[in-house]
Design a protein. Structure first.
Length: 409
């Protein structure tokens, strides 16, 4: 990589564009688009005759898209970006990042983090990139670790770069709306976020069964928007429920109403925040209150549609390796002892996850027990593990729910 850059600059310095005013951007740090000019000839190999006349083409950096955020850049050269982890809401340690580069086709771009120590990102971690449109969510690991800087050659003109597998707000909406025509599905609008984004619930249940016979199971995710693996876990859980309902010989051992709440924090997801909502709150510390509005919407929904909920899973993830665990509400409640034991079984199925008790009224799992009477566990998957991908996360969600609902099935 250094050799290639040297070659590029050798060419550039022979061109008449040597003193183009790209230094205007040299220390610019902005959440908004940053254009870096580069002679087109430098991108397509040596064309000595054309260098002097080639129109410059920009590499454009942006986080201005659904789920973009968490990082700003400064350009050291035309093909090098210094990346600074930023959290628009001031959360530390720094976590989620997702940005877009345009104008990189056929070019090798180098990167270095300026403040890796503000995060828990290991130096051996490799970022993700996608060469397909955002809608496809097709990310793969880069070739090099973040360590002392890294480079990647891109084939597409526009690429998306992230550290955790992204799952934008539009996808969380599609995640539930795409099932709305299913005969077992009901989609409910449950309110709007502070910035006016719609919040939905997907309910899956067999309409042939008497409603009074059903137990409510609730799935919640993205209170902390950067913890994207929860959405992939939820994908697997939705698929599992539909598969069981659609298979005549695989009925659940019991009748359930499954409630999927896919985007507890729509604004945080859209704006690329790691932890907080648009008003700067940590939603999973707000369940003892009636604000912000996202918590109000969720609580009103649960009280109206699952007032005696049986089980809940709040899907999270963590940047702290030591926190990679399941967390369950524990207040010396005898009635929940068996569930807690089952939880340990699930932990084994999740390979290496530990379980820990945690109480207090601020959490979703607290509200779930204190107001609804049920038992909710919180999952915390370590985000910097590089052994998972969307398919394995979906499978994990699927298996987890299978064990929770039918431990012997
Ligand atoms: Zn969380």
């Amino acid at each position: 990589m250094p050799h290639m850059l040297g070659m590029f600059f050798g060419v550039r310095q022979r061109s008449s564009m040597r003193s183009r005013p790209c230094r205007v951007f040299a220390h610019a740090r902005s959440r908004f688009a940053l254009a870096i000019m580069l002679p087109a000839a430098l991108m397509t190999g040596p064309r000595p005759d054309a260098v002097a006349d080639a129109a410059p083409e920009p590499i454009v950096f942006s986080t201005e898209f659904d789920s973009g955020g968490g990082v700003s850049v400064a350009s050291r050269t035309e093909t090098h970006f210094d990346l600074t982890l930023e959290d628009a809401q001031g959360y530390r340690p720094k976590g989620y990042l997702h940005f877009k580069l345009s104008g990189v086709k056929g070019r090798t771009v180098s990167f270095a983090f300026t403040n890796l120590n503000d995060s828990r990102m290991p130096s051996g971690f490799r970022l993700l990139y996608s060469e397909t449109p955002l809608e496809s969510l097709d990310y793969r690991r880069m070739d090099e670790t973040v360590g002392d800087g890294f480079a990647q050659r891109f084939d597409a003109d526009t690429v998306f770069i992230a550290n955790y597998y992204p799952y934008p707000y539009a996808h969380t909406v599609r995640q539930v709306l795409r099932h709305r025509e299913h005969p077992f599905a009901t989609v409910r609008a449950i309110g709007e976020s502070h910035e006016g984004r719609a919040m939905y619930a997907l309910v899956l249940s067999d309409p042939a069964v008497d409603e009074s016979q059903k137990r409510d199971v609730v799935f919640l995710t993205r209170q902390h928007p950067g913890e994207t693996v929860g959405s992939y876990h939820m994908d697997g859980m939705i698929d599992y429920v539909l598969d069981v309902f659609e298979a005549a010989d695989r009925a659940f051992d019991g009748d359930f109403r499954f409630h999927f709440l896919p985007h507890a924090n729509p604004d945080g997801i859209y704006n690329g925040y790691h932890r907080f909502c648009a008003q700067g709150f940590d939603l999973n510390r707000r369940w003892a209150s009636d604000s912000p509005v996202e918590i109000q919407n969720l609580k009103q929904y649960l009280l109206a549609h699952a007032p005696a909920a049986w089980r809940g899973i709040d899907l999270h993830a963590t940047t702290n390796r030591g926190y990679d665990a399941l967390i369950y509400y524990d207040d010396g409640i005898e009635a929940h002892q068996r569930v807690a034991e089952n939880v340990y079984e699930h932990i084994r199925s999740l390979r290496g996850l530990r379980a820990r008790p945690s109480s207090g009224s601020r959490f979703s799992r607290s509200f779930f027990h204190e107001a609804l009477g049920g038992f909710m566990i919180t999952t915390e998957k370590w985000l910097y593990a590089q052994t998972f991908d969307p398919d394995s996360l979906r499978a994990q969600g699927r298996h987890f729910l299978r064990d929770l609902i039918a431990p012997n099935g």
